[in-house]
Design a protein around this ligand. Structure first.
Ligand code: SAM
Length: 459
């Protein structure tokens, strides 16, 4: 029966659908024969001709063929870029509507999981990014050689089909130029490119990150295998490219599903590049997390610190601390800062950044927040104020349990995923009220947003 149904929709191929709303990934959502259909690139209010490409038990996946009735909010998609590429999911939507969508995403996530009192939360309008194009400070492109031709870019969503990216309109121009220049050098020096079909070692990914403040560029060649012929001559040529101050090698293997492997080694140049936020400096190693939109990062952190509203007698926990950004920015407002972060290189950077900024009251610990925080607390640490900035997966349940016992009085949560945020708030709202959620647009043209939530302890 299932196969039969599958064939029915496949045969129908092109159908007409009216788009009702946008989904969390920015795709248009409509209904065909009462079944929900997702159509990337379609906008609410549009009537579109769609090809049904997949018939799943609970939904259909459609491909936009033609727009019959166009939305007034539609804008031109950037030229010379394959629209399938990730990172431009909303590039066809007017920017003010993108901001509204990001706010709605938070509202919808709250409605879905309904933490206590959610209807009364004040969700502010999304703070726009001053630059909506060329803002990304880091490019991380995959490289492949197919029938003698080298491709450098990103995989099409949910596939292993690499799309070559000669231009990328959200990428800053220096990092994009550096990526393309490295591609040419790899061809010139006949450096091996990893071949996933034959499992041959070589370069797999090229990560290029630039500091907004100093212009310095750090390059990491992620390789499958360690000894790659001509890697050092290649690194020497890369060092001659404008602004490049270091070349690293990160080594991975075919069994690792992550992009980065665990071994990182400097081939040439400086250990770190230095970024600046507000009046503080931050040295960054290749593996350490740093926000992708440096201009908007200042806004995000300033808003978070305003909401934290710290006092000089407090101990602040900077949980998921990366290179120590938030804690270091807050250090002169509190008695003590304690940061916790899993990636050892990031913790080393954080400790270095404490010294770089002549801070005397901050220390950073390596490990998971869920394990290290209870240990430190048992050792006598008081937790007056807390800022959490977890990855998209949100907070570990065991950490939430700890927080509900410790009950820090001052608590701010920065989230890059409204869905896990709403689920965490269901548990946290047992003890905390949420008054305000701020939304900052860090990644224009994408469906992603960054929320800052102030949690107030109920009496
Ligand atoms: C969204 S980043 C935030 C970093 C930093 N607050 C900033 O703004 O630059 C999340 C960080 O949490 C770290 N991380 C992930 N899981 C963790 C865990 N369970 N405990 C501690 N740190 C974790 C990641 O390595 C990453 O540096």
């Amino acid at each position: 029966m299932k196969n039969f149904k599958h064939q029915t929709h496949q045969k129908e191929k092109n159908v007409i659908v009216t788009i009702k709303r946008l989904g969390i990934n920015g795709e248009g959502i409509g209904y065909y024969k009462k079944k929900i259909i997702f159509i990337p690139g379609a906008l609410p209010g549009e009537v579109v001709v769609v090809k049904i490409v997949k018939d799943y038990p609970h939904y259909l996946q459609g491909e936009l063929v033609r727009i019959k009735e166009k939305s007034p909010d539609r804008v031109k998609f950037p030229k010379d870029v394959n629209p399938e590429i990730g990172g431009l999911e909303l590039a066809h939507l007017a920017y003010d509507k993108q901001l509204e969508f990001k706010k709605d995403n938070v509202v919808e996530a709250l409605k879905k999981y309904h933490p206590r009192g959610y209807a009364k939360y004040k969700i502010k309008n999304t703070i726009p990014a001053p630059d909506q194009w060329h803002y990304r400070n880091k490019a991380q492109y995959q490289i492949e050689r197919e029938r003698g031709k080298t491709k450098l870019g990103l995989f099409a969503p949910n596939s292993h089909r690499l799309i070559d990216l000669p231009t990328m309109p959200t990428q800053n121009k220096d990092t994009q130029k550096t990526e393309r220049a490295i591609k040419d050098l790899i061809d010139k020096f006949h450096v091996f490119i990893a071949d996933p079909r034959k499992h041959l070692d070589g370069i797999k990914t090229i990560a290029v990150r630039q500091s907004e403040a100093t212009g310095e560029i750090q390059v990491t060649l992620i390789t499958v295998g360690h000894k790659i012929k001509n890697l050092i001559p290649l690194a020497k040529e890369i060092m001659k490219l404008p602004n490049v101050v270091s070349v690293y090698q990160n080594e991975t293997d075919w069994n690792n599903p992550q992009v980065w492997g665990n071994k990182t080694e400097k081939l040439l140049g400086k250990n770190q590049i230095t970024e600046e936020i507000l009046d503080k400096k931050f040295a960054l190693s290749p593996r350490a997390f740093f926000q992708l939109n440096p201009v908007q990062t200042t806004t995000l952190y300033s808003e978070a610190l305003k909401l934290l509203d710290l006092t000089p007698d407090q101990t602040l926990i900077d949980a998921y601390s990366g290179v120590g950004t938030l804690g270091i920015l807050a250090a002169d407002r509190v008695k003590q800062v304690v940061g916790i972060e899993t990636i050892p290189e990031a913790v080393r950077d954080a400790k270095h950044n404490v010294e770089l900024n002549h801070i005397k009251n901050a220390d950073y610990f390596q490990g998971s927040v869920e394990k290290v925080l209870p240990q430190l607390q048992k050792g006598g640490l008081t937790v007056d104020a807390l800022i959490v900035d977890p990855p998209r997966t949100g907070l570990a349940k065991s950490l939430i349990k700890t927080l509900l016992q410790v009950k820090p009085k001052t608590f701010v949560y920065i989230s890059c995923n409204p869905s896990t945020l709403a689920q965490d708030l269901v548990l946290l709202s047992e003890a905390y009220d949420v008054r305000v959620i701020e939304n900052v647009d860090m990644l224009p043209q994408t469906p992603r947003c960054e929320c800052i939530v102030k949690l107030t302890l109920r009496n």
